[in-house]
Design a protein around this ligand. Structure first.
Ligand code: HAM
Length: 416
């Protein structure tokens, strides 16, 4: 049986094939994400992977809706696998807002599902770090979330030579559109054309812009000028004060496809432009109100960073660490008469926090030792019988030095 297209199997290392996905790398990425979110005071939450279809059809925008994994459940409800986390978290905060001090800083690492055409950097499921901040309109909050995004990427070893955040603003584009007499009812349509500008042929873009009364040359000049709005100027100054200015630049070529953004928007890309976006986000000050039918109203902003493009980028920059050494200690059972004592020792070592393996069935001594080397173990232990009772031979595999210790001291002898 084959797996479905666009879905992944994650294997422990060493990988069975070059193109296989590594569960160790996934854990490495998640660990850095969690650690960075913690440093910024963000708390972890989660929601259901299956949601009412309506959560997305009214909130997310046409592109994501066309990519939904949706169906009718056995109770006749229209449901969808979650394609993104933002509507879920907006609903959660709207319901529980009163229980939390503002601003609320939350993160999550959901698996998301989009029925997209499978291509480089785009699959039908991916994991996404979502960091969102609720209850603050000041651009200081935008800078804080951007700094978190930058540090999340830096924690994986990426530098300003590897990636850049392209900063833009829905308000800037709104000002542009209204300033040229654009019909407010068609603003979303206009944003969609701008969102596609880098991927679409110029003739097509020009035609679409003409239909909303806008000239392509005018759009190009606006992007080239890249004049920061007052909010963006504040964000740049804040990032500068943190020593992070080199990680971001104004780029109005970004506008974001999702419908709910209201203010500053941004995307992270690799500097060489080889990959799709690593992360994207922005301010969505009206979504909580929309999702709660007006019961709650909180300004909000955040980003999502996917694991697919990120893993490709880390591989291409040689930033994937070696994942050997999952086992710390191997207990060699060379004398079957000592098996019960050996198993007792394995148990005590594990209770002391060591990662321990041993041969489950009688196995040749040299085979057991070879396996310890393959596992990248730090130490081997061997229980031996002596006239005064069992003792333990402790061998450090780095220097192959062996010493004999009393059974009672053997657990302490293995502590790193
Ligand atoms: P998004 O731009 O749709 O934003 O996704 C964010 C990131 O998730 C993308 O930059 C990309 O790395 C990754 N991603 C998206 N779709 C796929 C896919 N099919 N395969 C692999 N990776 C993918 C959002 O989802 C917003 N909800 C983010 C957000 C949070 N905005 C505010 N808060």
């Amino acid at each position: 049986m084959e797996r479905l297209p666009g879905f992944r199997d994650f294997y422990p290392e060493p990988l069975p094939a070059n193109e296989a996905w590594s569960c160790d790398l996934r854990q490495h990425i998640f660990a850095r994400w969690r650690e960075t979110a913690r440093r910024y005071g963000f708390r972890e939450y989660d929601g259901p992977p299956l949601e009412p279809l309506e959560l997305y059809t009214t909130k997310s925008g046409a592109e994501i809706v066309s990519q939904l994994f949706n169906f009718q459940d056995k109770g006749g409800r229209d449901v969808s696998m979650r394609p993104e986390m933002t509507p879920t978290v907006a609903r959660m905060i709207a319901t529980a807002e009163r229980a939390y001090k503002k601003p609320v800083r939350w993160f999550s690492i959901p698996q998301l599902f989009r029925y997209e055409k499978q291509q480089k950097g785009r699959l039908r499921e991916h994991f996404q770090l979502n960091c969102d901040l609720f209850g603050e309109t000041d651009p200081a909050a935008d800078a804080e979330v951007l700094a978190l995004l930058i540090d999340g990427l830096r924690s994986l070893g990426l530098t300003a030579a590897d990636f850049v955040i392209r900063l833009s603003s829905r308000q800037a584009w709104q000002g542009f559109f209204h300033g040229r007499g654009g019909d407010p009812a068609r603003a979303q349509e206009f944003y969609q054309v701008i969102d596609k500008i880098e991927r679409e042929r110029d003739e097509v873009t020009a035609e679409r812009l003409r239909s909303v009364g806008i000239d392509l040359a005018d759009v190009r000049a606006f992007i080239a000028a890249g004049e920061p709005t007052p909010d963006l100027a504040r964000v740049l100054a804040d990032l500068s004060a943190r020593g992070l200015a080199e990680f971001a630049r104004i780029d109005y070529g970004v506008i974001r496809g999702l419908a709910y953004y209201t203010g500053i928007v941004f995307e992270a890309f690799d500097r060489k432009g080889e990959f799709r976006a690593i992360a994207g986000g922005g301010r969505y000050d009206d979504l909580v109100k929309l999702v709660s039918g007006g019961k709650a109203d909180l300004p909000a902003l955040g980003f999502g960073m996917g694991d697919v493009v990120l893993a490709e980028l880390l591989k291409s920059r040689g930033l994937v660490p070696s994942f050997a050494g999952a086992v710390d200690v191997v207990v060699l059972v060379e004398d079957e008469a000592m098996r019960a004592e050996s198993i007792g020792l394995v148990q005590r070592l594990r209770e002391d926090g060591r990662a321990v393996e041993f041969a489950l069935v009688p196995t040749k001594g040299d085979k057991q030792f070879k396996r310890a080397l393959e596992l990248g173990a730090r130490v081997t232990l061997r229980v031996q019988s002596t006239p005064t009772g069992p003792t333990v031979l402790v061998k450090s595999l780095a220097d192959r030095i062996q010493r004999e210790v009393a059974m009672a001291d053997s657990v302490a002898a293995c502590r790193p």
